[in-house]
Ligand binder design. Structure first.
Ligand code: TYM
Length: 337
């Protein structure tokens, strides 16, 4: 097995990233350590330039995000941790795949439609071809499994389409690329905003009250949960009673994911009670689960030398794994090197 996944270093790591993806990264890392297989996790800094950004902030965020991942349990001895920029093969393979990806496929991507909004003419080319770079990210390593949140499923399907077309157009009967499988957590596939149960929790939401950052201290977490949007009804006794109550569903889902239980078990405990009782319990659970991460992050975040050394080492290991596939893709296309 070869596990590959990435995250954009565009700000704080939040609870949606953690429950939707990073927790699964750590689980896969531990599984690979006992079963054999490799994990590659990277900061998608090349993806981050698809939207307007501040260069100095991007550098700082890349280091911070690396520290945050290590604080969450990614171990740079067990996994290959790096930033895309330091492995030029990502950008090289993207260009090669641009010949295979179709305009129509990219036009259907919901993230492109959401992020470009009404101003498509003014959006960057990078935003449009973003999913092709994402395909290169995983195909470059012959990834078999890609742990992501539900919002990235469409991009993964596109990566499979690109791989399939490239294999059939240029593979001469052999597969140049492996078709990757997404791994999406059953319970926490999509964590929603604390202010709007219809929008996903996201670092691009202008309101910090909409998300729990992994760097939030205990007081901030308690305030954000106390102020989280809810309705006036008490909690129902089972899952069916959450239909049409997206904010309640989200908070109960977060509780279940953090407690390692399921929604019905949480409702068996809290059904019939109001949010006045449930919210403090959720806040305390969050504080208890995030405190150790917070502590490790604060100890590491200013150690720039250690972070840079870890990323450099990761990039060297990643480059070695990427080279045979990149070479095979160049050769298959008939490019003279
Ligand atoms: P990004 O940086 O937006 O998010 C990183 C991971 O967190 C998950 N996630 C969520 N899961 C549940 N609920 C949420 N509210 C939530 N918000 C974010 C995402 O699904 C993702 O798994 N394009 C990717 C980064 C990327 C990538 C890749 C991922 C680049 N190349 C190759 C996998 C493989 C992105 O912007 O994720």
């Amino acid at each position: 097995m070869r596990v590959v996944s990435g995250i954009q270093p565009t700000g704080n790591l939040h609870l949606g990233n953690y429950l939707g993806a990073i927790r699964n990264w750590v689980a896969m890392q531990d599984r690979m350590a006992s079963e054999g297989g490799e994990c590659l996790f990277f900061l998608a800094d090349l993806h981050a330039i698809s939207m307007p950004h501040d260069p100095a902030e991007l550098t700082a965020n890349t280091r911070e995000m690396a520290a945050a991942l290590i604080a969450c349990g990614i171990d740079s001895d067990k996994s290959i941790l790096f930033n895309q920029t330091q492995v030029p093969a990502h950008a090289q393979l993207q260009w090669l795949l641009n010949g295979t990806a179709r305009m129509g496929w990219l036009n259907r991507m919901t993230q492109w439609k959401d992020k470009a909004g009404k101003n498509r003419e003014g959006a960057s080319i990078a935003l449009f071809t973003y999913p092709v770079l994402q395909a290169a990210d995983v195909l470059l390593y012959q990834a078999t499994h890609v742990p992501v949140g539900d919002d990235q499923k469409q991009h993964l399907e596109l990566a499979r389409d690109i791989a399939q077309k490239f294999n059939s157009d240029f593979g001469k009967g052999e597969d140049i690329f492996t078709l990757p499988e997404p791994i999406i957590p059953a319970g926490a596939a999509r964590i929603m905003s604390l202010r709007n149960g219809a929008a996903k929790m996201s670092k691009s939401d202008p309101s910090d009250m909409s998300r729990i950052n992994l760097t939030d201290d205990a007081d901030t977490i308690m305030v954000k949960i106390r102020k989280a949007k809810t309705d006036a009804e008490p909690l129902p006794g089972d899952k069916d009673g959450l239909v049409g109550r997206p904010e309640a569903e989200n908070l109960v889902g977060i509780f279940a994911a953090l407690a390692g239980s399921d929604v019905n078990a949480v409702l068996a405990q809290f059904g019939g009670q109001g949010f006045g009782a449930f919210k403090p319990a959720l806040g305390e659970l969050l504080v208890a689960k995030l405190a150790p991460i917070n502590e490790r992050f604060n100890a590491l975040r200013n150690d720039t030398a250690a972070i840079d050394a870890a990323l450099r080492k990761g990039a060297e290991r990643a480059t070695a794994l990427a080279t045979p596939t990149l070479d095979a893709a160049y050769a298959a296309l008939g490019l003279l090197r």
